[in-house]
Design a protein around this ligand. Sequence first.
Ligand code: ADE
Length: 265
Amino acid sequence: MRVDVITIFPEYLTPLDVSLVGKARRRGLLDVRVHDLREWTHDRHRTVDDTPYGGGPGMVMKPEPWGEALDEVTGGFGAEEPAPGPEAAGTPAPVGAPRPVLVVPTPSGTPFTQRIAAELAEEEWLVFTPARYEGIDRRVIDAYARRMEVRELSVGDYVLAGGEAPVLVMVEAVARLLPGVLGNAESHRDDSFADGAMASLLEGPVYTKPLEWRGHEVPEVLLSGHHGRISRWRRDEALRRTARNRPELLRVVDVETTDRADRAT
Ligand code: ADE
C-alpha cells in the first residue's frame, strides 16, 4: 500500500518510522511519503492560511497550495475525466491503475472505526490531508471529490490542534490489517471491534507468566487446557467488560454468532 501525507509539520509524522508501521515500511509492505505543503507555496513567507470569508475566529488553509500539492502527489489523477453525468456513468477506470483515496481528517467527519480501517486496508493508495487552523477551504475537498473518492473522518468527539495525530492513528490502524504486517495472521481476529465471533465486544483481560504475582493468581480456567471452557470464559469476560465500559455496544452483539462459535469449540 502507498500512503502519502501532505502537512505543514512533516516532523510530526516521524513516528511512522518506528514500531509496527516503520517495520512494515522497511519490509516493503507500506510505502509512506510525507510532503511539506509549503513546498507548493510561492511567496516569501510560504503562506498556507488566510482569514475566513464571512468573518469569525481563526484562519483557513488557502486552496492554492493544496490544489498544487494534490495535483502533483496524485499525478493529476482524475483531472481529465469528464464531470460525472449520464454519459460518463459506467466509464471504467483503466485496468490496474492505482486509484488514490483522499482521507481528510476533520472533527466534522464520520467516525473512524475498525470497519473503516478494514475498508481502507483494501485500498492501494491513501492520500492524507491533515489540516491546521480552522480547516481547508471547502472548494478543495469538493473539487477532488469530483475526481476521486474522498473520506472525511474524525478520530473522536474532541478537537485536536491539527489532523496529524489522527493520521498517525489511522495509518497504524490500517497498517496492522495489511497482509504480512502482523506476525500471526490470526492476531487481529478477536480484536475489540473486529468482525468475527467476538464482533462488537471489547477484548477481555489477558495474563502471562508468572502464575502468581504479588499474591494474585491467573484464573484457573486458563490453565485447564479445555479450549471450549476457555473460549466461553473469554466471551463472558468480554461481555462483562463491554457491559461495564461500553454498554451501548451490547445492543449490536450477535448472540447467535457467539453461541455458534461456542458450540464449535
Ligand atoms: N482534527 C482536529 N480534531 C480532529 C479529530 N477529532 N479527528 C480528525 N481530525 C481532527
